[in-house]
Design a protein around this ligand. Structure first.
Ligand code: NAP
Length: 291
């Protein structure tokens, strides 16, 4: 496995470029001492990488100690072969204005089969070539369905796995995949510790989808426990991931400079072990509706 320089928290830039205040937020993200920045070729139609690149140029280059990670995406037609991965990487490097990335993932490979991705001329061969050439330091599999992610982890070809929404205070469906990745010596990156928002901002969706009724009822019981214990649910959700022995880094979605400013308070908040024990005592959470 190839080592990946990593901070315990990564700042998720998936919405960067799709809301107001993008320049200010991009500047804040690349200068934040809280952690590296997670983006992708396709986030906000390429504007996330572009805004980060403009911020890096304004700073006169990537600030010392700042790490930016990105991901290869299919093109608009769904093509996701080796040629597309090479073009995706060229686009990412050009937008960001860097000549190397510490980690580049295969991102959401929904338009190709496992065999196409892993086969000759496929996306993974191109990622390995780029790693051999030193243009990227390591390669990751950043989602697809949980079953797809598990299959990619089993190949042993990847240095890192990233899953989202499925390893949280209320969803453990990534547990077996993360445990396998651990056994294989891979780096484990857990994205979306708030389930896409609901555990922090109270949104009615989980994992970008409507919640099944029994899952919503379970979440309500967890909210009630947080109230009983005087615990901030967002802090608890973050600490669940930060303290898990299965997780190397947690990617938190940052939508504004205000959300970034609030993150430090969540990190330093006190979340007593009794709260986590009370959540565990509720039993295994019902399926959240994520696949
Ligand atoms: N396939 C993949 O590779 C993949 C998939 C998903 C995510 N990711 C990565 O993981 C990152 C995180 O995912 P995510 O943003 O979907 O989910 P998340 O981290 O679980 O939730 C982030 C949302 O929570 C809200 N929030 C953040 N800080 C808050 C605070 N202090 N108080 C209240 N609300 C707060 C924000 O929404 P509002 O500000 O709108 O309220 C934000 O959009 C993404 O940005 C991306 O980098 C990768």
């Amino acid at each position: 496995m190839h080592a990946i320089p990593l901070t315990p928290i990564l700042l998720g830039a998936s919405s960067l470029g799709s809301r107001d205040g993008a320049d200010e937020l991009a500047d804040a993200l690349i200068h934040s001492p809280l952690g590296g920045v997670d983006t992708s070729n396709a986030y906000a139609g390429g504007r996330s990488e572009a805004r980060l690149g403009e911020a890096i140029r304004r700073a006169g280059g990537l600030p010392a100690g700042t790490l930016v990670y990105s991901k290869a995406d299919a093109d608009e037609s769904g093509r996701f072969d080796g040629d597309r991965v090479r073009r995706s990487l060229d686009e990412s490097l050009t937008r960001l204005g860097v000549d190397r990335l510490p980690l580049y993932h295969l991102h959401d490979p929904y338009t190709i089969t496992h065999d196409e991705a892993m086969g000759r001329g496929g996306a993974v061969e191109a990622l390995i070539r780029a790693r051999d050439d030193g243009v990227i330091g390591a390669i990751g599999i950043a989602s697809g369905t949980m079953a797809q992610v598990h299959g990619y982890v089993q190949t042993g070809a990847f240095d890192a796995v990233l899953s989202h929404n499925r390893y949280t205070l209320v969803d453990r469906s990534a547990h077996a995949t993360f445990a396998l990745a651990r056994e294989l010596g891979m780096t484990v990156i857990n994205a979306a510790p708030f389930g896409g928002g609901t555990l922090a901002n109270g949104s009615g969706n989980y994992g970008y989808r409507e919640m099944p009724a029994d899952f919503a009822a379970h979440l309500q019981r967890v909210r009630a426990l947080a109230d009983e214990h005087g615990v901030d649910l967002a802090a608890a959700a973050l600490h669940f991931s930060l303290t898990s022995p299965l997780v190397d880094a947690t990617v938190v979605g940052i939508t504004s400079t205000a959300r970034l400013a609030a993150l430090d308070g969540l990190v330093t908040a006190d979340v007593p072990a009794e709260f986590f024990a009370a959540v565990d005592a509720l039993g295994a959470p019902p399926p959240s509706g994520t696949d």
